[in-house]
Design a protein around this ligand. Structure first.
Ligand code: MN
Length: 267
């Protein structure tokens, strides 16, 4: 379903309804220090230029000690900030929450497709760890097998619970977190480009995101693939609240937010 270009605006609109105070963290998440940049204009006919621009902006933020947090938009955008962070952190790895592996060599005639973004990330020698997967092509299955890429299937998480320690063991430091909203069950987030049944719960997602922020330095993240459904704001609000939660968890990262001393009030 097309329409993810309306995602970022819908998240910002919905964010007005999110409580500042977070009962889990006993803090107002924004106090970590946040600012919202203007939308980056991307010509649909020239995605490569838009991604270069996004990389450029992310690099400026990273050099200024700021964590780039990108709202999408198509999952293809992830390559921009990851390129910028890879240049700064050679040990970077990526935690991917997603229904799909996005590991195709190319898709519909382009290498910059949302369906091949993680393949592009791995070509930068950045290891990726995929969680929530439940839709895989034969090509991707073969690739995962050959590359021994770590994949945590949604079905196994449903049966045995979320293996937080096993997931964390696959991640180096620092970490970039990419959240494709279709990782979550469409019962929670029906407004995505490609809804797939059998996804993660809200609680599982938060548990994993908190764990990665507590145990690794998270240097960048994104929330992508929101495709707002007019008159049905649940998905938009889900994404906005998730962004707020993630901002709160970033304050738990070892060393805290870059450029600032760690706040002592977190539990
Ligand atoms: Mn994806």
């Amino acid at each position: 379903m097309p329409g993810t270009r309306f995602g970022p605006r819908a998240i910002l609109e919905a964010s007005r309804q999110v409580e500042f105070y977070d009962e889990e963290l006993d803090t107002e998440c924004y106090r970590i220090g946040i600012t919202t940049l203007r939308e980056i204009e991307v010509e649909p006919t020239n995605l490569a230029v838009g991604l270069d621009r996004l990389e450029e902006v992310a690099a400026q933020l990273v050099n200024a000690g700021i964590i780039p947090f990108t709202l999408g938009g198509e999952h293809s955008l992830t390559i921009g900030p990851v390129r910028a962070l890879r240049a700064r952190y050679p040990e970077l790895s990526v935690l991917q929450l997603d229904a799909h592996l996005d590991l195709r060599a190319d898709y519909q005639g382009t290498k910059l497709s949302h369906a091949s973004v993680m393949r592009r990330v791995r070509e930068l020698k950045v290891p990726t760890v995929a969680v929530g997967i439940r839709s895989v092509s034969r090509e991707e299955a073969d690739y995962v097998h050959a590359e021994r890429a770590p994949v945590f299937l949604a079905r196994e998480i449903r049966e045995k619970g979320l293996p937080v320690d096993a997931i964390m063991a696959k991640l180096r430091n620092p970490v970039y977190v990419t959240i494709d909203l279709d990782a979550f069950d469409p019962a929670y987030v029906p407004g995505v480009g490609t809804p797939e049944p059998g996804g993660l719960t809200w609680e599982e997602g938060l548990k994993l995101l908190r764990a990665v922020c507590e145990r690794r330095q998270v240097v960048g993240c994104d929330i992508v693939e929101l495709n707002p459904i007019p008159g049905q704001p649940a998905s938009d609000f889900f994404a906005a609240k998730l962004a707020n939660k993630m901002i709160g968890y970033l304050g738990l990262s070892p060393g805290g937010p870059p450029g600032k001393s760690r706040r002592g009030s977190h539990r």
